[in-house]
Design a protein around this ligand. Sequence first.
Ligand SMILES: [Zn+2]
Length: 377
Amino acid sequence: MRATFTLGRIAGVRIGVHWSVLFIFGVVAFGLAQGRLPQVYPGHSPVLYWVAGLGAAVVFFASLLAHELAHAVVARHNGVAVDDIVLWLLGGVARLKSEASSPAAELRIAGVGPLVSLLLGGLFLLGTWLLALASAPRLLVEVTAWLAGINLLLAVFNALPAAPLDGGRLLRAFLWWRTGDRLRATAGATAAGRGLGWLVIALGLVMFLRGGGFGGLWLALIGWFLIAAATAEGRQAQLRGVLAGVPVRDAMTRDPLTVPAVLPVADMLADPRYRYRHSAFPVTGADGATAGLVTLDGARQVTVGKRGTVTVGEVMVPLSRTTVAGPDDSLADLLPRMEPGAEHRVLVMDEGGLVGILSLSDVSRTVTWLMNPGRGR
Ligand SMILES: [Zn+2]
């Protein structure tokens, strides 16, 4: 699940939003402003309902975020670095850089999310009661009650034992603890995820056919997302299993051809050495150290008239924005950080010196080789 846009950072964790969350936002605000609120509290201006609906959607959003931040903070406490948090249709995902080191760590990281939702649900419930007691405006009581309900629902839904939900991770932690085999545990949790996905789709379709309308289709859509996410997680786990123990050096291209940063773009494009075999090259600075990565596409973007004066150093992706790995790093751990495209090559550095370059096609070639049953031992 990749973020469509970024909201900012909280506690150093980048908060991203996937487009599908806007859908929830819209559904929540619309459902309250046009449906529930005018029903239970009629006779007021549409503006008031919309303000309440949008306000509830924002707090709902913040609740989702609190749930994910809890995952991220506990992950860090358990020695797992956090890439970012992405909010999406089914809540959110805190994307972890690596896997939990033990079933107990997995249990803590996964379990805290539903606990936070449960706690928020409880607090909103308490708030509803206090507001009602204080004879606060009905609209406010209604919105608080809705927030209590949705957070409790989130806690329960996320605790369902099926990947990619938190409950799926709890199930995985349990299976991992029982069997000692993380890969088999993941297979179990993702199979449960696909099963739950089909169940939810079937339920949604039955609801729709019985005249449940939009709610049924909504459920079916959630089921479809569940299946897709469980399948992707299963594939990723399988890949990790295949790549387990394989260091970056076994897949990288050694001693790649480099380009001096001072070279004019025209000279690079005219040089046959740079023209054919590869689409990206490491760039060396004046001091001989690696300064970044240049792609042929990037170089070609310079207008023809300027190629004689613009240097490779001016069009390269600087080292600070390039993914760098060590030759002994685990390929399985690096994989989630890799992206397709020439500008996403990984530079492999050892003690500050460049030793290789790695692309996703290098990784898939390695996977094919490892999965080939005829390769012998
Ligand atoms: Zn969660």
